[in-house]
Design a protein around this ligand. Structure first.
Ligand code: VAH
Length: 320
């Protein structure tokens, strides 16, 4: 049977780019994009799109049956900063969407699930440097609590019902094609846009706040690689630690200044500082490298070069 993929949350920062990459691999017609709101023109014009509330199991099932979907990628979620403002809504979206999709797999409507976790599952009592796959997990944010609970639901459905669900603990994801929404690591995306538009940026985290980060291209490649790995090689059915780079606002600002010498950064920490301070500073992903040969490609320098080159090109074509 041909694989047909449904992306829930396709209009979001990761969902958007994941959808485009999957359409290049599987063909546009076999990758159904969906979200609670329509996506950008590329998304809407390059293949099928359906409006779906990701917490509504029946809505998802209708689309699964309409297109004979075999795999679901569940990217719909409320991220850390917004989740602190709306705890109940965040819990409902982050958990009930997962349980809906897990049940569809348990009932054999679909064969495979991808669901993203986050380094937010770790908390203030977790060792900050090179955090191992198995460590103290006492998250102090709603988002982290929902992702930790979600990981153990995934593990339960795999062990008890044989559901083939796979997950990655994403670090902060940096992109230029689509902006994030409501994350604590979003400063590392906004800074590039502000550097080009105004040559300055006011950062909502303090200058030495070190966080685990990753370029979108690496995150998308890791996701697809994990989903295409033979099931017997997947040893972690909660979620895999995933890592690439780790940097501070000061370090990313210095990297940008190599390309835009006049760039200035100011620091005005807000409520997101407390969230960032509760997370690890660097992550060990040795298990992902061991079990399915994960290898990131981008470091801070090559990521910065790629982002600024693409944003400058995009701005010059928009001005034409
Ligand atoms: C957030 N970008 O900031 C997400 C991510 C590790 C951070 O989970 O909430």
């Amino acid at each position: 049977m041909k694989d047909v993929l449904l992306i829930l949350g396709a209009s979001g920062q990761i969902g958007n780019e994941l959808t485009q990459s999957l359409r290049k691999i599987y063909g546009n017609e076999r990758v159904i994009a969906s979200d609670i709101r329509e996506g950008n023109a590329d998304m809407m014009n390059s293949g099928p799109f359906e409006l779906i509330n990701a917490t509504d199991k029946n809505q998802i099932l209708q689309i699964v049956q309409k297109y004979k979907v075999t795999q679901v990628y569940l990217l719909a979620a409320m991220l850390s900063a917004t989740a602190e403002q709306h705890p109940q809504k965040a819990w409902n979206l982050n958990i009930n969407s997962l349980l809906a999709v897990l049940d569809l797999a348990k009932e054999k409507h679909i064969k495979q699930i991808y669901w993203p976790s986050s380094i937010a599952v770790f908390g203030p009592t977790t060792p900050k440097q090179n955090t191992p796959q198995k460590s103290v997990m006492e998250p102090s944010t709603v988002y982290g609590i929902s992702k930790l609970a979600g990981e153990f639901w995934c593990n339960y459905y795999h062990d008890k019902y044989g559901v083939d669900v796979r997950s990655l603990r994403y670090p902060g994801i940096i992109s230029w094609k689509s902006k994030p929404g409501g994350g604590t690591t979003d400063y590392a995306v906004d800074i590039y846009f502000s550097a080009l538009e105004e040559s300055k940026y006011t950062c909502f985290l303090s200058e030495n706040t070190r966080l685990p980060m990753m370029y979108m291209d690496d995150a998308v490649n890791a996701t697809i690689q994990l989903m295409q790995t033979a099931s017997h090689k997947i040893k972690e059915r909660t979620a895999y630690n995933l890592s690439a780079i780790s940097f501070t606002p000061k370090e990313i600002a210095l990297e940008i200044k190599k390309h835009i010498p006049e760039f200035e950064i100011l620091y005005k920490p807000d409520f997101r500082q407390k969230i960032a301070d509760s997370w690890p500073q660097s992550i060990s992903d040795s298990k992902a490298r061991e079990d399915w040969n994960w290898q990131h490609q981008f470091d801070l320098s090559s990521m910065t070069k790629d982002i600024l080159t693409n944003l400058k090109e995009q701005r010059s074509t928009l001005k034409l």
